[in-house]
Design a protein around this ligand. Sequence first.
Ligand SMILES: Cc1cc2nc3c(=O)[nH]c(=O)nc-3n(C[C@H](O)[C@H](O)[C@H](O)COP(=O)(O)O)c2cc1C
Length: 331
Amino acid sequence: MSPRRSHRRGAGTASEKQEWPPEDIRSMEQSVGRAPSVHNTQPWSLVIRDRTASLYERSEVSLEQHDPAGRDRRVSCGAALTNLFLAVRGTGWEAALRRGPSAEEPELVGAVTGAGRREPSVLEGQRFRAIARRSSHRRPFHEQGLAHVAREALLAAGGSSGVRARWITGSAEARHVAELLGYAARVHKKDRHYQRELAMWMLDRSGRAGDPGSGFDGDDLAGEGVPGVGLTTSGTRLPDEGKLAEWIAAESVMVLCTDSDERSDHFRTGEALQLAWLTATSLGLVSSVITQPLHLAEVRRGLRERLGLAGEPHVLARFGYPAPVPGQRRG
Ligand SMILES: Cc1cc2nc3c(=O)[nH]c(=O)nc-3n(C[C@H](O)[C@H](O)[C@H](O)COP(=O)(O)O)c2cc1C
């Protein structure tokens, strides 16, 4: 399938009957459109009827090589649901969330109904405002580690919605993760079909220079540090695994798992991931997510066994302070 840009609202959008003010609907659309998604595919559609905003998975958005089972597509949809929920709360509505999928609506990610007026909490307001500032930061971080209180806040957010979140800790775990990421990088680098599909998507994005949602800019994939194995292209320099283990040990890298591996687990992982990401943004931190290696079943199995994870791992998320850009003055 050739790459397609997604529509932020599905063809079936029926806002005619809406009772939400148009500016609130705009805020919901913008917030959903700013959610992170695999290869920036935005594989969802938003349908607004009366005072309910429903988010649907567009399963026809398919990345045959990168995401054959649609796991990342569903994680992306879950992230968009978090943004939708926060947009409803951020515009001052009491939000009632109904999670999908259901027998009647197998593509439903979730539906949020504005049940009445209620001011957002301070935390909700902070996370809502962070939606516009969040982006992927695929560069090395500042050497300063995260404060304990920040790690705890991120862990609480990553462990929401029934998802298990935990940090990769210590040099032994970092070595295990480095070996698995190094293995996946070698497999992906020499897979011609995989690389052809990836190149097509990257080409598609480079034609949209300046689009803040386009996901990759400049030397994003230059291959420095942990992000160097976050998205292996044919040009990626394969990492020295010892060095990679040191970088992983020095960063704050979180793994998100669920007890089972159903579609609803993938949605929930996306919800929790995005909550953690927005929490990080509101604290002045940056983040990037790594799922590419986890598309290999043996890598997921390796993470489960070597880290003693209780469930199925879906995402690695790295968090840190942005490193100063050379030549850029502070203040
Ligand atoms: C489910 C999911 C999987 C992703 N996997 C990767 C990945 O393996 N490597 C990577 O560099 N970025 C990954 N990303 C980040 C996306 O490429 C990014 O969100 C998208 O291009 C939009 O850019 P933005 O996050 O800057 O808004 C992933 C994002 C999501 C939601």
